[in-house]
Ligand binder design. Structure first.
Ligand SMILES: Nc1ncnc2c1ncn2[C@@H]1O[C@H](COP(=O)(O)OP(=O)(O)OP(=O)(O)O)[C@@H](O)[C@H]1O
Ligand SMILES: [Mg+2]
Length: 501
């Protein structure tokens, strides 16, 4: 065995995050680590990489006990990690990022050439055709991730850990990343892969280990493993039948609002969009196609330079997010890191935050009311936390995502935009969120749901808008909404859609 974790234990105040977990990784295998939000996946990884000190248990690498004290130390030992959020510096060049903190001294003043050569050498065999002298930030997230992998592999070279690396990649980029992972497997690296996308897990993994509530539940070969059985192992119960069939048909009400020729040069071409009361409009398209840009002009996060948003009473001011919120709009963006999940604040405070800002700080929401609000959403969204006072930064990634969702739901907006609402959320909670969406629209709220998961769009949407190259190119309604039709609209050549418009 390349790497063994024996009976690892990790305790946080009020939580036994790892309860005697044993995990083995062979050289030349991709080993998926699965489990619900809060199961202990990231904690296990952080103990292996020295980011957390374990409370008990042993780590054995290449037959020798090791005791990683920090991520840098783990890297020296041979264990490298790449997280979902690339922890490199976008304003430095690719070469600088690759060689950061490790330019050999003898290069002295002429280090640039050495750096460039070293960077090229490090990237050899990854199939990337990029200019190492350009800023890393100029490249897509997928390329940045591969650069991060190249760096980690060069530094450590035995074990590569990928914690939800594909969460913000589109299908083509995932394929590119998996190519790299397969090459590294051939080179004999042991690779740990954490993901909530089961299709991807089956596509790339040799073995699968399931954690639940901090315990090791099972380790099996991926080939031949039944998907339903896997889900049951993860949840410890049968998955409720909430997904897989369309939303109960209902008559959406009168028109709530309409965007007329709304657009912003360079970001999204002018579009018309009418949304009715209690309607779910889905939005599909590749990453960077203009989905998020559409949301941003509707919410005032980007000022539109053409068109207007109107309702029955006339024009609605969406020139800034604050004004959009005052008009009853809400927007839960996809990136919880930049959306200001405030790690030090409690779950209660994070949930009450937007509502408080909207009411004005002069009228504080009484603590008891905040608590009721928080407890209500903890229950409805099944947020795994010991209580409302827990700092959000200490929840697992998926549970932080649910807190963001709760923050916007607490505002009870008339129109809510959800950008990738189920990203990073486990299969069980996924069903919960979809159920909640149904509940909200039944209560009269209108939603614009942006999602890369086509099954999800088909399940929740009354209508689907397809965006490509920063333009709205197609609209599907009722029976037309199938994953097939969406894929075709995303891929269709310009000519075909021009006619449809
Ligand atoms: N720094 C911390 N302080 C306190 N508790 C923590 C900390 N980090 C994790 N925990 C707790 O440990 C448990 C396991 O969390 P972990 O992040 O390992 O879950 P995960 O399996 O990675 O979930 P996800 O799929 O949501 O990312 C959770 O109950 C979490 O709240
Ligand atoms: Mg995690």
């Amino acid at each position: 065995m390349l790497l063994q974790a024996r009976s690892l234990t990790k305790r946080f105040p009020g939580t036994l995050a790892l309860d005697g977990v044993t995990f083995e990784l062979a050289a030349g295998e991709v080993h998926a680590l699965l489990g619900e939000n809060g199961a202990g996946k990231s904690t296990l990884i952080k103990c292996l990489t020295g980011a957390y000190r374990r409370d008990g248990g042993e780590i054995v690498l290449d037959g020798r006990p090791v005791d990683p004290q920090s991520t840098a130390h783990a890297q020296e030992l041979g264990i490298g990690t790449v997280y979902q959020e690339v922890n490199l510096l976008p304003n430095l060049t690719v070469a600088e990022n690759l060689t950061l903190g490790r330019q050999p001294r003898r290069w002295g003043l002429t280090s640039r050439r050495g750096m460039r050569a070293l960077a090229r050498e490090m990237l050899a065999g990854y199939g990337l055709d990029i200019d190492v002298e350009r800023d890393l930030g100029a490249y897509s997230v997928a390329v940045q991730q591969i650069v991060a992998i190249a760096r980690a592999v060069h530094l450590s070279g035995k074990v590569l850990i990928l914690d939800e690396p594909t969460a913000s990649l589109d299908a083509r980029e995932v394929a590119m990343l998996f190519d790299v992972v397969r090459r590294l497997r051939e080179r004999g690296l042991g690779i740990v892969f954490v993901s909530h996308f089961l299709d991807q897990v089956f596509a790339i993994s040799d073995r699968i280990t399931v954690l639940r509530n901090g315990r090791h539940i099972a380790t099996t070969e991926a080939a031949g493993l039944d998907r339903l059985r896997l889900v049951n192992l993860m949840l410890g119960r049968e998955l409720e039948q909430a997904t897989g069939h369309g939303r109960t048909a209902h008559d959406a009400g009168e028109e709530l609002l309409r965007a007329e020729r709304l657009g912003k040069r360079g970001r999204i071409a002018p579009f018309d969009l009418s949304i009715r009361k209690g309607e779910v409009v889905g939005m599909a398209g590749l990453l960077g196609s203009g989905r998020t840009e559409t949301a941003e002009v509707l919410f005032g996060a980007t000022a539109a330079d053409s068109g207007a948003v109107k309702d029955r009473a006339g024009a609605i001011d969406v020139s800034t997010p604050a004004r959009a919120i005052a008009s009853g709009f809400g927007f839960a963006p996809e990136d919880r890191k930049t959306d200001g999940i405030i790690g030090d604040l409690s779950v209660r405070e994070n949930i009450a935050l937007a509502l408080q800002a909207h009411r004005g700080w002069a009228r504080p929401i009484p603590r008891a009311e905040q608590r009721r609000l928080a407890e209500d959403f903890i229950r409805r969204l099944d947020i795994r936390t010991p209580g409302p006072e827990k700092p959000v930064g200490q929840l697992s990634g998926g549970n932080q995502q649910k807190v963001i969702l709760a923050r916007w739901l607490a505002m009870n907006p008339r129109f809510l935009i959800l950008d990738e609402p189920t990203r990073g959320i486990d299969v069980g909670a996924h069903a919960e969120v979809l159920r909640l969406i149904n509940e909200m629209v039944a209560g009269g709220m209108s939603l614009l749901v942006i999602s890369s998961e086509l099954e999800e769009l088909v399940t929740v949407s009354d209508r689907v808008i397809v965006v490509r190259d920063r333009r709205h190119v197609a609209e599907l309604t009722g029976q037309e909404i199938t994953t097939d039709a969406i894929v075709r609209a995303i891929a269709a050549p310009e000519a075909a859609t021009e006619a449809a418009e």
